[in-house]
Design a protein around this ligand. Sequence first.
Ligand code: SF4
Length: 396
Amino acid sequence: MESQKTCKLFGVIRAVLGIKGALPLIHGPLGCAYHLRYILSARSSTPVRILSTEMDQNDVVFGAEEKLEKKILEVDEKYSPELIVVLTSCASSIIGEDIESVIKRVKKRINADIIWISSGGFEGNQVDGYEEALSRFIDLMDEPPHNKGGGPSINLVGQFRGGQDLKNLKSDFESLKIRVGCVLTSGATFQEVKNAGSADLNVSMCEASALIPCEMMQKKFGTPFISPVFPVGVSTTSSYFREICNFLGVEYTLQDEEKHAKTLLKDSSRYLAGKRVVVISGSTRAIALTEFLCELGMEPVLVCVDFEGRETMKKLMKITSREGINPVILKEPEYHEIVHHMTKLKPELILGGLGEQALARTFKIPLIDVMHSQEVTMGFKGALKLVNVIKESLNP
Ligand code: SF4
């Protein structure tokens, strides 16, 4: 009843917004677009364009295919997108609007490419949405050319956050002479998406939503994939890059950055040892953050994952048994369960997102928003930035 999950449309929208030049048009009432626009703008501090056909009472009773047709023509003329993605909402999915026929009718009258994705909120949760959107994009990918050339290349799959974090990660790959062909999806062009089948390796960046798309691309193009721990913290960043380099037969050349980060981290950890921390996030970050906290000598006392991926528990257990710690792990918890355990465990810090502001205020402890797309958390630079933010928040 107090689930921390959200609807399928959320996942689909985030994946669509990660393609440059793509514009999502929700065939639904006002609220779906407004709430998603609001939360995604707040989480990224950037304007987010999500359009709506604004279905009304009449439309949900008698259908609104003509309205959708008109809106698609308007979107094409007014915004000139490269790709229009029509998304159903609960309302249009329930009444069974024939989106396929509408698209057939307008296709030749617009300049943009156009697809549609069934994304009614009741059809699933946000992870189902990410997976469905990525699988639709895989359908659009071309067969790779026989002679690709240009050195080893990878795709980052299930990476929906951009910002400086992603820029830093790409720059590390550049130093390693590994080309990032396509980030599915954050800042990818439509052409990069179409060419993604030509990469040498797919790197899963999301425990919950990237494995199935990686398997689909393996089946379709023969592209192998790996699922390393997300690169937050020095040791996970090192193993992340080393695993990818090993796979591609590329020399690992980030030793100096790694050594520098390790030294600075060691200096900081004496201020942080034993501090009790709550982690509230998706499974990918929860694993990496738990590992990072251990690296800092801090104590993760409660780990809440909003989604359990295929290997989440295995990876978390590996860390906890190696470090000899025993945090309470809540899978897909309801809000009151988090409050209950926080009351008992008395943490001093929360690593979470915007949604944890109320918890931080209630328990009068600092919150570090590790989900915000302007935050730097990944790679060696991210580890150093994060440790400073943690230090400042605990010793203001
Ligand atoms: S649950 Fe349905 S009505 Fe609510 S935002 Fe999602 S698609 Fe829209």
